[in-house]
Design a protein around this ligand. Sequence first.
Ligand code: PMP
Length: 426
Amino acid sequence: AAGFDDRLAALIRRREATFGAASVLFYKQPLEIMSASGVWMHAADGRRYLDMYNNVASVGHCHPHVVAAIADQAGRLATNTRYLYDVVHTYAEKLLATFPAPLANVALTCTGSESNDLAMRIARAATGGEGFVVTETAYHGNTSAVTDVSPSSFKQRRVPRHVRVVPAPDVYVNETADVGARLAADVAAAAADLEASGIRFAGMLADSIFSSDGIYADPPGFLKPVVEAVHAAGGLFIADEVQPGFGRTGDALWGFARHGVVPDIVTMGKPMGNGFPMGGVVTSPDLMAVFAAETGYFNTFGGNPVAAAAGLAVMEVIEGENLLANARRIGALVRDRLKALGNRHPVIGDVRGAGLFVGLEFSEPGSRTPSPATATAVINGLKDEGVLIGAAGLYGNVLKIRPPLVFAEEHVDVFVDAIDRVLGRI
Ligand code: PMP
C-alpha cells in the first residue's frame, strides 16, 4: 500500500507541476484509472468502480464494436476534412434521419463547446442579435463565447452584458403549478430586458434535461411555451443535447423530443463517439445557408473519417442493443428503487428524471431545504463503496445518476444497496 500511495502522490505532483492551477481532479484522494469495460472502471488500487457518472462512454466503456470501427478506420485513413469520404456521409445521413423536419443539415465539430459556439454564431447571423438567455446553473462549454453563457463557471465573474439568466424549471423547491408558463414568462422578460438595454435578442440556449441545473424532465411538454416565447421575441431556440442526447432519456434519441418541440438548432457532443472526441450542430438548410453566406466555416478535424466511423458504430450499437428501451426500463427501476429508499432515509427529498438520467435531490429532513452536505458525504461514501458519481444543481445537492446505457438490473442492485449503506452511516 505504501508503494501505491507513493505512486499516486508522484502522479498528483506531476499533474500539478504541468497543469498548474487549472488541474481539476475528482476526490480528495484522486483515482488513477487504468482501463474500463461496460459499466465498470478499473483503478490502479486494484478495485473496480461502478461508473454512475459517465455520459461519454455512453454505450459502455470500450465497446468492442466502436473500438474496432475506430481502429479499422485509423489504420486506413485519418486526416483532415478536405476530401470526399463515403463514411462521413453515411454517418451524416444516418444521424440526420433521426431529426424532424426541417433539421436536415449538420456541421461536424470536435467538442460540445465548439458545437455551442457554432450554434451561437448561426443564431447571431440569422437574427442580427447578440443577446442570449440561459438558465442560472447552465454549463454550455469552455470557449470564450460559451463561457459567457455558462453561469455555472462564472465564479467571481459577473453576468456579461449580452446575457440574461433565468431560474431553472425547478418544480421541487419552487413548487409551481405550471413550470412551462413560468419559464416562458421569465424568458420573455429576459429577452425584453436585453432589447431595453439596446441588445438585440439572438436566442436561448437550453440543455433539454437541464443537467447542470439539477435535472428537470417533467412534465413532458413544458418546453413548448418556452420555445414559443423565444420565437415570439425574435430569437432562435438552441437545444443543447450534449448530455441528454443519444438516447439517455429513453424516450427518443433527443431530449427535446420529450417536449414535442422542434429546436432551430441542436448541438451535441460527449456520447457521440463513445470517448472518441466529436460533436455536431444540426440545423435547417435555410439557417445553415444564412450563416455560411455571412462567415464561411471550416473545421480540420470535425467530421474526419475516424470520427465518422466512431459515430456510426455508436449509432449501430444504440439500435442493435435496443439501448433506448433499456434506458426506459432500467431508468424507471432506478427511480422506483430510490423512491422506496426515501421511506427509510428522510434526506431523500426528490427522485426525478427520464430514462437513465436520474436526479436524486437531498433535502433537510421534513423540508425542501437543499442539503449539499449530504450530497458531498454520499459522493465520498459511495467512492469507498466502489461507486463513482457526481452532483449538480444550484446548491450541488442533486446526485447526477448517469451510468452507461448498458446498465442492467444487477447494477441497479449494486448501486441502490451501496447508497442505502452510505445513507445509513451518515
Ligand atoms: N454542453 C453541456 C450541457 C455540457 O454538459 C458540456 C460538457 N460538460 C458541454 C456543453 C461542453 O462539452 P465539451 O466539454 O465537449 O466541450
